[in-house]
Design a protein around this ligand. Structure first.
Ligand code: G4P
Length: 191
């Protein structure tokens, strides 16, 4: 998506070898108009499916997921990251290890919000090592829902997340694909 690539070039900051900081429009301050464009792009990309719900993980997945739900006219669910060790019984849970932060989060979704047989679309802000999406796939499996596809705002194609999803035959759409960082500059993958 050209508009997103231009915004990343303009406002993104490369940190070290593998981190892109986009806190001026996605991860801290959020640009609602851009989010709306992203939501419409995801809705269009997955228009061939019947989608019952959009599912993401808090916190940075919520903004693009919300606008995708708005464009598709379906509810949006965000998995919560539970900081306490005691989990209620009536939730689906998965462990998500963050390579970036070197912590493990328990993510959870209440049983009431996912029903067996529903088609769900997963949305997230970044695809890096694929841990967050793998956690949502695990929860979807527990709930008996079907993941029609995965929509990613920014994919870092040089990390292993995409290969993990491709190996499972999942339909992945990334609105911006970064092939690498070169001298502090973002290089986009040409598909
Ligand atoms: P994953 O997202 O593919 O699972 O990979 P990883 O374990 O590396 O990512 C852990 C967290 O770091 C995720 O956020 C992910 O969105 C974020 N992240 C990964 N790469 C980048 C990057 O280049 N730039 C930025 N800004 N974030 C990155 P999270 O822990 O779920 O946190 P949040 O959604 O609450 O912000």
């Amino acid at each position: 998506m050209k508009l997103l690539e231009q915004r990343i070039q303009k406002d993104g900051r490369v940190l070290g070898d593998d981190i892109l900081k986009v806190d001026t429009f996605l991860n801290h301050q959020v640009d609602p108009e851009l989010m709306q464009d992203l939501g419409e792009a995801f809705a269009q990309a997955f228009a061939k499916y019947k989608i019952d719900k959009v599912v993401t993980v808090e916190s940075s997945g919520i903004a693009p997921a919300l606008f995708t739900g708005l464009a598709l006219h379906v509810p949006v669910i965000f998995a919560r990251k539970n900081k306490s060790l005691t989990l209620p019984d009536d939730v689906y849970t998965a462990d998500v290890y963050s390579f970036t932060k070197q912590t493990t989060n328990h993510i959870m979704i209440d049983h009431r919000f996912l029903n067996r047989g529903e088609n769900i679309l997963l949305i997230d802000d970044f695809l890096a090592n694929g841990q967050a999406i793998s956690g949502l796939l695990d929860i979807s499996h527990q709930a008996g829902t079907y993941v029609v596809g995965v929509g990613i705002v920014i994919e870092k194609a040089f990390q292993k997340g995409r290969a993990i999803l491709d190996a499972q035959g999942i339909d992945v759409v990334s609105l911006a694909r970064i092939s690498n960082f070169e001298n502090g500059q973002v290089v986009f993958a040409t598909e």
